[in-house]
Ligand binder design. Structure first.
Ligand SMILES: NC(=O)c1ccc[n+]([C@@H]2O[C@H](COP(=O)([O-])OP(=O)(O)OC[C@H]3O[C@@H](n4cnc5c(N)ncnc54)[C@H](O)[C@@H]3O)[C@@H](O)[C@H]2O)c1
Ligand SMILES: O=C(O)C1=N[C@H](C(=O)O)CCC1
Length: 238
């Protein structure tokens, strides 16, 4: 498969290693404004976007205009997600966005949903989300922490929103911490006077995010439509 890499930083480079190992070719590496590249002869089956929040929309929609499906993991740009979906549909191509491509985190998402459903009537427990990432991270809270909070809100009618660092009773606090080289740690905690329940995912490197993104790219090649990582996992975990 021929892959265009949009963003060639920590994730772009890890994705390149894994893609080459799996027999793919990298036909383009974009690491600055996409308009400064000559895309006329671009030969790519899929584009993988792990860039910066301010560039993601332009990177992604430029590929849609060329009829190239996109897998995107860039966080912090989702105000423009619906517009990106429109452009994708207009050009009859495919899009898969995930705040976290790691298979382990996607299993953790399933656990989080189930636990939120079980806890929804136990008002003696407060709930919070904590994320820890490396100090270079541009966005806060992490996309994964927002996804976790949104899942709890969808499963618990007593919670209506999330807030960074503090929260009212009907909100979920997300605590974002930045520490040297941490690739990504997420914890969901329920606390009462009597006890606490915690579920936690710790990434030991970026390999899991990158491998998940390459698997998603292999899966989306030749498809049309809007997808989630759950669609990929439904096939690979069956
Ligand atoms: N979804 C996931 O599983 C997942 C996992 C890890 C990181 N991320 C997200 O991926 C993004 C990248 O993470 P990273 O750790 O590789 O960051 P990074 O800072 O190491 O890399 C970003 C790269 O984008 C480049 N860039 C700047 N402007 C650009 C433009 N206009 N077009 C293309 N590239 C441009 C930068 O030069 C840099 O090399 C972040 O938003 C991060 O939150 C998501
Ligand atoms: O390193 C990052 O940046 C990460 N970003 C994603 C997020 O915001 O959730 C996934 C974890 C790593």
């Amino acid at each position: 498969m021929k892959i265009a890499l949009l963003g060639y930083g920590k994730m772009g480079k890890t994705i390149e290693e894994i893609a080459l190992d799996r027999g793919h070719k990298i036909t383009l590496k974009v690491d600055e404004d996409i308009e400064s590249y000559d895309l006329t002869n671009l030969d790519a089956d899929v584009a993988i976007d792990f860039s910066v929040p301010k560039a993601a929309f332009k990177n992604i929609t430029t590929c849609f205009e060329l009829g190239i499906p996109v897998v995107s993991g860039t966080t912090g740009w989702l105000d423009h997600y619906d517009k990106a979906v429109e452009v994708c549909e207009k050009h009859d191509t495919a899009f898969l966005y995930a705040s976290n491509f790691s298979i382990g985190v996607n299993l953790f998402f399933e656990l989080n949903e189930k636990l939120a459903e079980m806890m929804k009537n136990l008002e003696e427990y407060s709930v919070e989300v904590e994320e820890i990432h490396h100090v270079q991270k541009l966005d806060s809270p992490s996309g994964t922490a927002i996804s976790l909070a949104q899942q709890i809100i969808a499963n618990n009618p007593n919670k209506i929103a999330w807030q960074l660092d503090h929260a009212e009773n009907d909100e979920i606090p997300i605590y974002a911490r930045r520490e040297a080289e941490v690739p990504g740690t997420h914890t969901v905690s329920y606390k009462s006077e009597i006890d606490s329940i915690e579920i936690k995912h710790t990434a030991h490197s970026r390999q899991g995010f990158a491998k998940g993104a390459v698997i998603a790219a292999e899966w989306i090649k030749g498809k049309e439509g809007i997808y989630r990582m759950q669609d990929v996992l439904a096939e690979i975990l069956k």
